[in-house]
Ligand binder design. Structure first.
Ligand SMILES: *[C@@H]1O[C@H](CO)[C@@H](O)[C@H](O)[C@H]1NC(C)=O
Ligand SMILES: *[C@@H]1O[C@H](CO)[C@@H](O)[C@H](O)[C@H]1NC(C)=O
Ligand SMILES: *[C@@H]1O[C@H](CO)[C@@H](O)[C@H](O)[C@H]1NC(C)=O
Ligand SMILES: *[C@@H]1O[C@H](CO)[C@@H](O)[C@H](O)[C@H]1NC(C)=O
Ligand SMILES: *[C@@H]1O[C@H](CO)[C@@H](O)[C@H](O)[C@H]1NC(C)=O
Ligand SMILES: *[C@@H]1O[C@H](CO)[C@@H](O)[C@H](O)[C@H]1NC(C)=O
Ligand SMILES: *[C@@H]1O[C@H](CO)[C@@H](O)[C@H](O)[C@H]1NC(C)=O
Ligand SMILES: *[C@@H]1O[C@H](CO)[C@@H](O)[C@H](O)[C@H]1NC(C)=O
Ligand SMILES: *[C@@H]1O[C@H](CO)[C@@H](O)[C@H](O)[C@H]1NC(C)=O
Ligand SMILES: *[C@@H]1O[C@H](CO)[C@@H](O)[C@H](O)[C@H]1NC(C)=O
Ligand SMILES: *[C@@H]1O[C@H](CO)[C@@H](O)[C@H](O)[C@H]1NC(C)=O
Ligand SMILES: *[C@@H]1O[C@H](CO)[C@@H](O)[C@H](O)[C@H]1NC(C)=O
Length: 787
């Protein structure tokens, strides 16, 4: 086929235009929102939030499905049981929030209220496959009961637009019910009311957090527009009655959907134009504040206006990154931008909504969990949104001020479970090194030192356990004697390596803040990983010696070694045996093989201990090739890039391409594990932008971006950092750095520091089809504490 020159020219121009994926350019036809698909990771256990939210917004509206519903909606489901206004994104265990769902019947059979279905599972209606439409700030879905539900949000309220597509075939008199329910079915007390004159539905409930202890109170307020009120009432036990205005419930202790499902309702005359709007305000403070949040934030029930405002907020957040795609597929661009979007859903900004203490500091919630987010999410936010990163770190310090400890996990105003170390220490240390602004460093330092020194009464939810052993034996013993606090006496290996890294991070802070003797104490404790490292431990796979020797192993208080098969809790052996429960083992959600690489503070010492660079390189390759590694758990992230420490940065780059897009792509099941508050998204973005941050340190490992060029504007300094590939090949045959320059000067180190971003500059990477000697020499390697 031959095309005229003119047509060909137009095609080339169009191709060029579409390859200019400009974030910074307001002048282009590129719209970053076209590259965001909130449905990525909503099937197969990804648990990504698919619905409408503002960046870090409290209100998060989506349709809640039956079965999988950790984030409300899951793509691999059949029924929708309600629409609710608050969610968490990407969580692992039990579903979160989803309080006070509303549900709409176009009418009741024979116009009889009791012939409508009310309770959660009875009322559930199938959703139309293919109907969900998701964009930043918008979610829409068609339900088989003839209702098309669309939703958008402001920071503290949701706006729903119901369109009735099948209204003429039955008594068209829509009933909107609210249910005093949440997704984990945790409600104890609750009250639902209705105002018979306006149809306004209000109420409250007491609920439990999804991965923590305690309870929280939440309040709601629903107003309507578009139809006149016909009658109102309350319902319970699948029966509804007109006239009554309030229903109050206490839990009978059984907590089943049937016993918990109850609420109030408003029935409407047929809407004149087939559309009914519902506006839902939420608040942790009071019903009054729930109502005023909604009234203030969307006085006009302006659906398109609210969508546009949400879109503008998202463009503003994302436009600090700019990608010159260089003919890379739009799918890969979607992986990048959608990942960045998901990393900005949580933590949620609940400032002004915290009933627990009075403070002028910001209050963020749903650090869910820091064990996940310390490995990528906050590093990305430090680059993309330093102001939010600062507010989040301030909020952590304020939690310490008022609750006595930094959290390792926190949701719904409650303390969440600690999975390993006190990893807020890592976040604060890194924030100090990267000059994150406005943080009270004296108090932050006090907080991390408390983590390291004072064992809390319940170290399942804050601080660390086994601190006496930590200070005297210099490791966390298996079967520890610890009468000083309570907590799960498991995970001795993974807690040891994490505590050692936490102490390294504290040492960095001590040094920077001028606490020299503390520095010496914590830098010493940062070597404690060595005390659980059994040098002669072998590892067999299918009875065959892997020929790699030396693994962390259980160790009793008397110094004697125990044994846990180094491959135990990898995908190759009892993969799911190391969760957070009483039957847990000595490593958390991973194998001793995996944890043998967790020494970010001193990779040089680790490389030596494992037999030198060559053995280390083949051992790390073996981890990735043998099936021992599951990249869907966050501890895997750093191992993709640790080849930099044995002088083989090219192999890190190969591994990044090995996992992206094969494990991170645009399908609804396009992430390997739970997104964990955007952790998988952040990993994809940081890998694809080329500079991969080592959490807790001022170090970025250099790899070529997946695009011709990535530009990042620092929102505080306005400075622009450009990472540019020369000889870029969008088919990724030439992915090896041959040479590099920073601002025109040769750059031979395989890493770079954060001043590149704060001060701006250009890093040019010349690519070729084979590994070169760039970045491979001892003096090119990233820093380690022993070198
Ligand atoms: C818009 O883009 C065109 C073509 O790239 C360029 O010539 C023009 O200067 C730009 N305008 C502004 C205001 O940046
Ligand atoms: C339309 O309404 C009729 C009568 O209520 C019902 O049988 C049918 O399932 C509805 N169809 C859809 C697509 O909702
Ligand atoms: C929503 O909250 C964020 C802070 O998290 C704030 O920057 C933004 O201005 C708020 N949006 C509106 C419309 O008030
Ligand atoms: C529930 O209400 C009862 C009776 O009003 C009260 O005694 C109890 O403390 C409440 N429980 C919770 C968890 O709020
Ligand atoms: C919920 O509302 C009822 C009725 O207004 C009130 O008695 C109760 O104290 C409220 N509960 C909470 C936790 O706010
Ligand atoms: C239909 O009613 C809704 C809700 O009141 C309103 O937002 C919308 O503009 C109306 N549409 C038309 C076409 O009148
Ligand atoms: C992208 O494609 C255009 C048109 O085929 C071509 O001119 C250009 O060189 C390509 N750019 C890269 C980086 O491959
Ligand atoms: C380990 O070394 C032995 C002896 O050289 C060899 O037979 C075996 O295949 C090696 N194991 C692996 C996994 O390569
Ligand atoms: C050390 O303690 C372990 C676990 O209690 C025990 O099995 C072992 O025999 C003890 N070793 C010595 C030398 O006492
Ligand atoms: C490991 O898995 C096997 C087979 O599924 C099971 O029989 C065994 O009890 C598990 N072991 C542990 C320690 O969980
Ligand atoms: C997309 O990612 C998922 C999850 O990691 C993976 O199972 C699937 O094979 C990938 N699909 C493609 C086409 O690579
Ligand atoms: C942080 O501030 C210190 C002291 O002002 C300065 O020396 C350092 O270069 C800054 N670091 C970054 C990453 O900007």
């Amino acid at each position: 086929m031959s095309l005229s020159v003119k047509v060909l020219g137009a095609i080339v121009a169009a191709l060029l235009a579409s390859s200019v994926a400009t974030g910074l350019d307001t002048n282009s036809s590129f719209d970053v929102l076209d590259y965001i698909d909130p449905l990525i990771g909503t099937a197969n256990g990804g648990h990504s939030f698919a619905g409408a939210t503002l960046p870090f917004g409290m209100a998060k509206a989506v349709a809640d499905t039956l079965g999988e519903n950790q984030a409300g909606f899951a793509y691999d489901t059949t029924y929708v049981s309600g629409l609710s206004h608050m969610h968490d994104s990407g969580t692992g265990g039990s579903p979160s929030l989803g309080n006070f769902p509303i549900f709409v019947h176009p009418g009741c059979p024979d116009d009889a209220l009791d012939r409508c279905t009310w309770q959660q599972s009875d009322r559930a209606t199938a959703w139309t496959q293919g109907s969900p439409k998701a964009r930043p700030g918008y979610f829409g879905i068609a339900l088989q009961n003839g209702v098309r539900a669309e939703m958008t949000v402001t920071n503290h309220s949701a706006l729903y637009r119901f369109t009735f597509t099948n209204a003429t075939t039955q008594t068209f008199s829509p009933v909107v019910l609210v249910d005093l329910m949440d997704l984990p079915q945790s409600r104890t007390n609750g009250t639902a009311s209705v105002d018979p004159s306006t149809g306004r539905l209000t109420g409250n409930g007491t609920f439990n957090p999804s991965f923590g202890i305690g309870s929280y109170d939440l309040h709601f307020c629903v107003d309507f527009k578009g139809a006149s009120v016909r009658d109102t009432g309350v319902w319970s036990n699948n029966r509804a009655g007109q006239g009554q205005t309030t229903i109050s419930l206490t839990s009978d202790g059984s907590n089943t959907a049937a016993t918990l499902s109850a609420g109030s309702f408003t029935r409407f005359s047929a809407p004149t134009n087939q559309t009914l709007m519902a506006r839902v305000g939420v608040s942790f403070i009071s019903v009054e504040q729930a109502c005023s949040n909604a009234e203030k934030e969307q006085p006009d029930f302006d659906f398109p206006g609210t969508v546009s405002a949400a879109e503008a907020a998202w463009r503003d957040k994302l436009n600090v990154f700019h990608v010159e795609a260089g003919n890379v597929s739009s799918d890969l661009q979607k992986v990048f931008w959608s990942g960045m979007y998901r990393a900005m859903i949580s933590p949620q900004d609940y400032t002004g909504e915290n009933p627990l203490w009075q403070s002028d500091e910001p209050y963020y919630d749903s650090y869910y969990c820091i064990w996940d987010s310390f490995r990528g999410v906050h590093q990305l936010l430090t680059l993309a949104d330093p102001l939010s990163q600062s507010r989040m770190m301030r909020s952590l310090v304020d939690v310490y001020r008022h609750e006595g400890y930094l959290p390792d996990c926190r949701m719904s105003l409650c303390k969440g479970y600690t999975q390993g170390g006190s990893n807020a220490d890592v976040l604060l240390s890194e924030a100090l090194l990267k000059n994150v602004s406005d943080i009270d460093w004296a108090t932050a330092y006090e907080a991390v030192v408390k983590d390291a020194e004072i064992e809390p009464a319940n170290w399942n939810v804050e601080g660390r356990g086994g601190l006496t052993s930590w200070k005297t034996l210099n490791y966390i013993p298996t079967d520890d004697f610890d009468p000083y606090g309570v907590g799960l006496h498991t995970r001795s290996i993974s807690r040891t390596v994490e505590y050692a890294y936490n102490d390294f991070c504290i040492a960095q802070m001590a040094q920077r803040l001028g606490h020299q003797s503390d520095y010496e104490k914590y830098i010493q404790r940062a070597t404690n990983w060595q005390n659980m490292f059994k040098d002669d431990q072998k590892s067999y796979l299918g009875g065959v010696d892997t020929n790699f020797t030396g693994f962390p192993q259980p160790r009793y208080p008397n110094g004697t070694w125990g044994y846990q098969d180094p491959i135990f809790c990898s995908p190759l052996l009892n993969f799911t045996s190391c969760y957070l429960n009483a039957d847990g083992h000595e490593t958390y959600e991973g194998s001793a093989w995996l944890y043998s690489f967790f020494v970010p503070q001193d990779m040089a010492a680790l490389v030596t201990r494992l037999g030198g660079p060559q053995t280390f390189t083949s051992r790390l390759s073996y981890l990735h090739d043998s099936g021992l590694l599951y990249v869907g758990d966050e501890q895997a992230f750093l191992t993709v890039f640790q080849f930099h420490y044995s002088g083989r940065p090219a192999l890190s780059t190969e591994r990044a391409h090995y996992y992206i897009p094969s494990q991170f792509n645009t399908s609804v099941s396009g992430i390997p594990g739970n997104d964990d508050g955007g952790a998988m998204g952040a990993f994809a973005v940081l890998s694809m932008m080329g500079l991969f941050p080592v959490h807790g340190q001022d170090v970025y490992l250099i790899n070529p971006p997946f695009f011709e060029e990535v530009i990042i504007q620092n929102k505080e300094t306005g400075k622009v950092a450009t990472i540019r590939n020369l000889n870029f090949d969008p088919t990724y045959k030439s992915i090896y750095i041959q040479s590099a320059t920073r601002d025109g000067q040769a750059w031979t180190k395989n890493w770079i520091t954060h001043d590149f971003f704060t001060q701006g500059g250009v890093l040019e990477l010349e690519l070729g089809p084979t590994e070169s000697s760039w970045g491979t020499h001892d003096e090119d390697l990233p820093p380690s504490m022993s070198t």
